[in-house]
Design a protein around this ligand. Sequence first.
Ligand code: HEM
Length: 405
Amino acid sequence: MARLATDPAYYDDPYPSYEQIRADGRIVRNGLVGGTVDHAVANAILRSDDFGTGAGAGELPGPLQRLHTLTRDPDTLSPVDPPSMLVVDPPQHTHYRRLVSRAFTARKVGRMADRVEQVATALLDELEREPTFDLVSRYAALLPVAVIADILGVPDAEREQVLGWGNHAATTLDPGLSWSQYKEASAALREMNAWFSMHIERLRRDPGDDLLSQVLQDPEAADLTEVELHAIGLLVLGAGFETTVNLIGNAVALLDAHPDQLAWLRDNPDGWANAVEEVLRYDAPVQLTMRMAHSDTEAAGQPVKRGEAILVYLGGANRDPEVFDDADQFDVRRPNAGDHVGFSAGVHFCMGASLARLEAMVALRALYERYPDLRVVGRPERRGTRVLRGWEHLPVSTLARVPTI
Ligand code: HEM
């Protein structure tokens, strides 16, 4: 667990380490924190009322709580700082979640399908004359970015700027930033928070058809503070960003490595939905989360003390052989691929799950319909992040292979 937290060589390919943890027990402790790669234990902890996100600092000893409060700068609020709903517990969490989920219903997401299709087509049109390109920066990253900008009602002229800040906001989802990354991220967050204040004011005066306008008009949102509204916007921006990019990139890399499965999908396009689930299972874009015990409790039949933190390795739980046969095999036809915990579980289950599924399915189907011979070439480069797993660069060629004689 310590190696996974600190050594890039291990988080580059965390799966062998997950198996070592699995061999050591259902919950493993290293003196500092506990960790689990067990699917049932992960689910139990994520769904338990005895565990919370811990970020509210309520369980920290008094002096540390004070330090935590004093060192927080409200102008550099990031998607992982309270009051982001990702890191607060019920009942505060329930209030925020209800407000946002009303604007994020399955029906509303379904209505975005045409727009996602349009964006994918336009991006592929632009690539038409380029036989090789970086799949991440030219396609996988641009699609979710356009969708999120729509959701937040960002005017066209401001999109590029906001998305630049959003990239920095997304890096803060990964703990352990270097000092220079931290400084860059907090400068960007400061500018972005100032922009949010202006944007919220503008949407209050002139509401649009976007999620943020809907939240602002909701009578239940009347008592939300400026900081709470920023937190909602920032989280949607940060959470909907790198994660979906990574899902699309991971899918292309995996399908490239399994051409027989890609060929099967070409003949069976109805299989794309399950293929997306299998990518989420096999190479989860969010590899881990953490929970802290609110009270003395138990998990996996072991006592857990109040304040004890447990790392829940979502990527490891997704390879649990108790749940998935041949768990280390990538198989787009796996019948129970959807049982993964790639979107977490319990009250924090990803609110953007159906949107992410829609985006990935549309992006992949459109990509391979346009370029049936697409293949990875050159030197793909992984992102240097631990929690978020994906590709920084994935060079691809759309040209048919020249047959060798
Ligand atoms: C492949 C894409 C995505 C993955 C793998 C993913 C994964 C996750 C995970 C694992 C969590 C919960 C973390 C925890 O339990 O501690 C989460 C929460 C969340 N996600 Fe996603 N996400 C994705 C896309 C999106 C998108 C597109 C949006 C919105 C546009 C979004 C919005 C959120 C929000 C608002 C939460 C917080 C929910 C809460 O705390 O109640 N996500 N996501």
